[in-house]
Design a binder for this molecule. Structure first.
Ligand code: ZN
Length: 235
Protein backbone atom coordinates (compact mmCIF):
# COMPACT_ATOMS: atom_id res chain seq x y z
CA UNK A 1 0.00 0.00 0.00
CA UNK A 2 1.22 3.48 -0.82
CA UNK A 3 2.43 5.73 1.96
CA UNK A 4 0.50 9.00 2.22
CA UNK A 5 2.64 12.13 2.26
CA UNK A 6 2.01 15.83 2.42
CA UNK A 7 4.64 18.35 1.39
CA UNK A 8 4.92 21.49 3.54
CA UNK A 9 6.97 24.27 1.93
CA UNK A 10 8.42 27.15 3.94
CA UNK A 11 8.41 29.80 1.20
CA UNK A 12 10.89 32.06 2.98
CA UNK A 13 13.33 29.20 3.31
CA UNK A 14 12.84 28.06 -0.29
CA UNK A 15 13.47 31.56 -1.62
CA UNK A 16 16.78 31.77 0.24
CA UNK A 17 17.77 28.21 -0.54
CA UNK A 18 17.63 28.74 -4.28
CA UNK A 19 21.19 30.02 -3.82
CA UNK A 20 22.32 26.48 -2.92
CA UNK A 21 20.76 25.16 -6.13
CA UNK A 22 22.37 27.85 -8.29
CA UNK A 23 25.70 27.33 -6.57
CA UNK A 24 25.63 23.59 -7.20
CA UNK A 25 25.31 24.17 -10.95
CA UNK A 26 27.78 27.04 -10.92
CA UNK A 27 25.21 29.58 -12.02
CA UNK A 28 25.44 32.51 -9.58
CA UNK A 29 22.91 34.51 -11.63
CA UNK A 30 20.34 31.78 -11.15
CA UNK A 31 17.73 30.28 -13.42
CA UNK A 32 14.02 29.52 -13.35
CA UNK A 33 12.97 26.83 -10.89
CA UNK A 34 10.54 24.13 -11.98
CA UNK A 35 8.04 24.47 -9.13
CA UNK A 36 5.78 21.82 -10.59
CA UNK A 37 8.53 19.25 -10.48
CA UNK A 38 9.90 20.24 -7.08
CA UNK A 39 7.51 18.25 -4.81
CA UNK A 40 7.40 15.38 -7.31
CA UNK A 41 11.20 14.98 -7.30
CA UNK A 42 11.38 15.08 -3.50
CA UNK A 43 8.60 12.47 -3.18
CA UNK A 44 10.45 10.21 -5.63
CA UNK A 45 13.47 10.45 -3.37
CA UNK A 46 11.38 9.39 -0.37
CA UNK A 47 9.82 6.52 -2.35
CA UNK A 48 13.28 5.27 -3.34
CA UNK A 49 14.51 5.45 0.23
CA UNK A 50 11.49 3.53 1.55
CA UNK A 51 11.28 1.26 -1.48
CA UNK A 52 7.54 1.89 -1.34
CA UNK A 53 5.02 3.84 -3.42
CA UNK A 54 4.37 7.35 -2.18
CA UNK A 55 1.00 9.04 -2.63
CA UNK A 56 1.34 12.83 -2.41
CA UNK A 57 -1.94 13.99 -0.92
CA UNK A 58 -1.23 17.72 -1.05
CA UNK A 59 1.51 20.34 -1.36
CA UNK A 60 1.13 23.32 0.97
CA UNK A 61 3.10 26.52 0.46
CA UNK A 62 3.44 29.21 3.15
CA UNK A 63 4.55 32.72 2.23
CA UNK A 64 4.05 36.41 2.91
CA UNK A 65 3.16 39.45 0.82
CA UNK A 66 3.21 43.20 1.69
CA UNK A 67 -0.29 44.45 2.51
CA UNK A 68 -2.30 46.37 -0.10
CA UNK A 69 -2.22 49.49 2.05
CA UNK A 70 1.59 49.62 2.01
CA UNK A 71 1.63 51.03 -1.52
CA UNK A 72 4.13 48.40 -2.71
CA UNK A 73 3.54 46.93 -6.13
CA UNK A 74 2.80 43.33 -5.25
CA UNK A 75 1.59 42.31 -8.73
CA UNK A 76 4.56 40.11 -9.51
CA UNK A 77 4.44 38.37 -6.15
CA UNK A 78 0.71 37.68 -6.29
CA UNK A 79 1.08 36.43 -9.86
CA UNK A 80 3.72 33.98 -8.59
CA UNK A 81 1.44 32.73 -5.81
CA UNK A 82 -1.45 32.40 -8.27
CA UNK A 83 0.82 30.44 -10.59
CA UNK A 84 1.72 28.04 -7.75
CA UNK A 85 -2.02 27.50 -7.11
CA UNK A 86 -3.31 27.32 -10.66
CA UNK A 87 -0.45 25.69 -12.55
CA UNK A 88 1.52 23.73 -9.96
CA UNK A 89 -1.33 22.39 -7.84
CA UNK A 90 -0.09 23.91 -4.58
CA UNK A 91 -2.37 25.04 -1.78
CA UNK A 92 -0.97 28.45 -0.82
CA UNK A 93 -1.25 30.12 2.58
CA UNK A 94 -0.21 33.74 2.16
CA UNK A 95 0.02 36.22 5.01
CA UNK A 96 -0.32 39.94 4.38
CA UNK A 97 2.46 41.82 6.14
CA UNK A 98 2.10 45.44 7.15
CA UNK A 99 5.47 46.66 5.92
CA UNK A 100 4.82 50.15 7.28
CA UNK A 101 4.44 48.79 10.76
CA UNK A 102 7.02 48.81 13.46
CA UNK A 103 10.38 47.08 13.05
CA UNK A 104 11.52 44.39 13.31
CA UNK A 105 8.94 42.49 11.30
CA UNK A 106 8.40 38.84 11.85
CA UNK A 107 7.54 37.41 8.42
CA UNK A 108 9.62 34.31 8.95
CA UNK A 109 7.98 33.59 12.28
CA UNK A 110 4.54 33.78 10.70
CA UNK A 111 5.58 31.19 8.14
CA UNK A 112 7.01 28.90 10.82
CA UNK A 113 3.87 29.23 12.99
CA UNK A 114 1.43 28.70 10.13
CA UNK A 115 3.32 25.71 8.77
CA UNK A 116 3.61 24.20 12.26
CA UNK A 117 -0.12 24.57 12.87
CA UNK A 118 -0.93 22.86 9.55
CA UNK A 119 1.60 20.11 10.27
CA UNK A 120 -0.17 19.18 13.50
CA UNK A 121 -3.69 19.75 12.16
CA UNK A 122 -3.30 17.39 9.20
CA UNK A 123 -1.50 14.84 11.37
CA UNK A 124 -4.46 14.86 13.77
CA UNK A 125 -6.81 14.50 10.79
CA UNK A 126 -4.80 11.45 9.73
CA UNK A 127 -4.28 13.08 6.32
CA UNK A 128 -0.73 11.76 5.92
CA UNK A 129 1.75 9.17 7.19
CA UNK A 130 4.90 11.12 6.38
CA UNK A 131 5.26 14.90 6.43
CA UNK A 132 7.90 16.22 4.07
CA UNK A 133 8.96 19.59 5.45
CA UNK A 134 10.93 21.82 3.12
CA UNK A 135 12.37 24.24 5.62
CA UNK A 136 14.78 23.84 8.49
CA UNK A 137 14.09 26.53 11.05
CA UNK A 138 14.92 25.07 14.47
CA UNK A 139 11.59 26.43 15.73
CA UNK A 140 9.93 23.57 13.85
CA UNK A 141 11.15 21.21 16.52
CA UNK A 142 8.13 21.44 18.92
CA UNK A 143 5.52 20.92 16.20
CA UNK A 144 7.52 18.08 14.69
CA UNK A 145 7.64 16.44 18.11
CA UNK A 146 3.84 16.72 18.45
CA UNK A 147 3.42 15.33 14.96
CA UNK A 148 5.52 12.32 15.87
CA UNK A 149 3.46 11.80 19.03
CA UNK A 150 0.51 11.35 16.67
CA UNK A 151 2.37 8.47 15.06
CA UNK A 152 3.53 10.35 11.97
CA UNK A 153 7.01 10.41 10.51
CA UNK A 154 9.00 13.42 9.37
CA UNK A 155 11.25 13.90 6.37
CA UNK A 156 13.17 17.15 6.40
CA UNK A 157 14.50 18.89 3.29
CA UNK A 158 17.43 21.23 3.89
CA UNK A 159 20.16 23.01 2.01
CA UNK A 160 23.89 23.48 2.37
CA UNK A 161 24.80 27.13 2.07
CA UNK A 162 28.04 27.45 0.24
CA UNK A 163 30.29 30.47 -0.20
CA UNK A 164 33.25 30.16 -2.54
CA UNK A 165 32.84 26.41 -2.75
CA UNK A 166 32.85 25.89 1.05
CA UNK A 167 29.82 25.13 3.24
CA UNK A 168 29.40 28.05 5.67
CA UNK A 169 27.79 26.14 8.51
CA UNK A 170 26.14 22.89 9.41
CA UNK A 171 22.60 22.95 7.96
CA UNK A 172 19.83 23.08 10.57
CA UNK A 173 18.36 20.04 8.83
CA UNK A 174 21.12 17.95 10.40
CA UNK A 175 20.21 19.21 13.88
CA UNK A 176 16.48 18.64 13.30
CA UNK A 177 17.12 15.17 11.98
CA UNK A 178 18.97 14.23 15.15
CA UNK A 179 16.18 15.63 17.31
CA UNK A 180 12.91 14.77 15.59
CA UNK A 181 13.16 13.43 12.04
CA UNK A 182 12.88 9.84 10.96
CA UNK A 183 15.00 9.77 7.83
CA UNK A 184 18.31 11.27 6.73
CA UNK A 185 17.75 14.81 5.43
CA UNK A 186 17.30 15.40 1.72
CA UNK A 187 19.38 18.30 0.44
CA UNK A 188 17.69 20.39 -2.18
CA UNK A 189 20.91 21.08 -4.07
CA UNK A 190 21.21 17.35 -4.78
CA UNK A 191 18.19 17.88 -7.03
CA UNK A 192 19.59 21.00 -8.67
CA UNK A 193 19.58 19.60 -12.20
CA UNK A 194 15.94 18.46 -11.93
CA UNK A 195 14.92 21.81 -10.44
CA UNK A 196 15.97 23.74 -13.52
CA UNK A 197 12.94 24.68 -15.57
CA UNK A 198 13.32 23.56 -19.17
CA UNK A 199 10.90 25.39 -21.39
CA UNK A 200 9.64 23.46 -24.36
CA UNK A 201 8.38 25.25 -27.45
CA UNK A 202 4.95 24.28 -28.71
CA UNK A 203 2.26 25.59 -31.04
CA UNK A 204 -0.74 27.01 -29.23
CA UNK A 205 -4.02 28.59 -30.27
CA UNK A 206 -4.71 32.19 -29.20
CA UNK A 207 -7.74 32.40 -26.92
CA UNK A 208 -8.81 35.69 -28.43
CA UNK A 209 -8.30 35.49 -32.20
CA UNK A 210 -7.68 31.77 -32.68
CA UNK A 211 -4.32 32.24 -34.47
CA UNK A 212 -1.63 29.62 -33.94
CA UNK A 213 1.77 30.66 -32.66
CA UNK A 214 4.91 29.00 -31.27
CA UNK A 215 5.40 29.68 -27.59
CA UNK A 216 7.19 28.47 -24.45
CA UNK A 217 4.25 29.69 -22.31
CA UNK A 218 2.70 26.71 -20.55
CA UNK A 219 0.09 28.61 -18.48
CA UNK A 220 -3.66 28.06 -18.88
CA UNK A 221 -4.58 30.94 -21.20
CA UNK A 222 -2.52 31.69 -24.28
CA UNK A 223 -2.77 34.95 -26.25
CA UNK A 224 -0.75 35.52 -29.45
CA UNK A 225 1.83 38.32 -29.61
CA UNK A 226 -0.55 40.66 -31.48
CA UNK A 227 -3.41 40.24 -29.02
CA UNK A 228 -0.96 40.55 -26.14
CA UNK A 229 0.37 43.91 -27.28
CA UNK A 230 -3.19 45.11 -27.98
CA UNK A 231 -4.23 44.17 -24.45
CA UNK A 232 -1.13 45.80 -23.11
CA UNK A 233 -2.03 49.09 -24.74
CA UNK A 234 -5.47 48.73 -23.22
CA UNK A 235 -7.35 49.07 -26.53
ZN1 ZN B 1 -4.54 36.49 -31.01
Amino acid sequence: MAVKTMVFIDGTWLYKSRAAIFDKLNEPNGFEIDYKKLPVAICEDVANYLDQDVDRVRTLYFGTIPSQRSGFNTGKQSAFYNFLEASCGYDTYIHEVDVNGQEPRNDEQWVVSALSAALIYYAAMDAYDIAIVMGEDENYEPSMRSTRLLGKRIQIVGAHHVINGKPVSQPNAVYLQRMVCDFPPIFIEDHAEEMRLVRTTQKRVCRECGAEEETTWAGPDFFCSQCRSRRHQGE
